[in-house]
Design a binder for this molecule. Structure first.
Ligand SMILES: N[C@@H](CCC(=O)N[C@@H](CS)C(=O)NCC(=O)O)C(=O)O
Length: 84
């Protein structure tokens, strides 16, 4: 089962939770981030050295999601150019 590390109040965590629900993927979630367990904890930094949530764990594999890059990809496909 997927394990999602991050507080549910984070918009970037919510995007992952929403996707899992839409795809009917079972998951567990642990509270990490401001107000909860620190993302600067060595246990978390071992998964994502950027110290940001969300992180998705699937067995031994950990993925740090970059929602902004996903958004950029979606915009690119719609022909919206990045400024600068
Ligand atoms: N590049 C990441 C950024 C993720 C991000 O900024 N996460 C924030 C919460 S929304 C975070 O981890 N803040 C530190 C904390 O809560 O301790 C993305 O685009 O998803």
């Amino acid at each position: 089962m997927l394990k999602i590390l991050g507080k549910a109040s984070s918009i970037n965590v919510r995007k992952v939770l929403w996707t899992c629900v839409e795809l009917n993927l079972p998951f567990e979630r642990e509270d990490w981030g401001t107000g909860f367990r620190s993302t600067h904890d060595p246990e978390f930094l071992a998964l994502n050295p950027n110290a940001l949530v969300p992180v998705i764990k699937d067995g031994d594999v950990a993925i740090a999601i970059a929602a902004s890059k996903k958004n950029a990809g979606l915009k690119a496909r719609r022909g919206i150019r990045r400024r600068g």
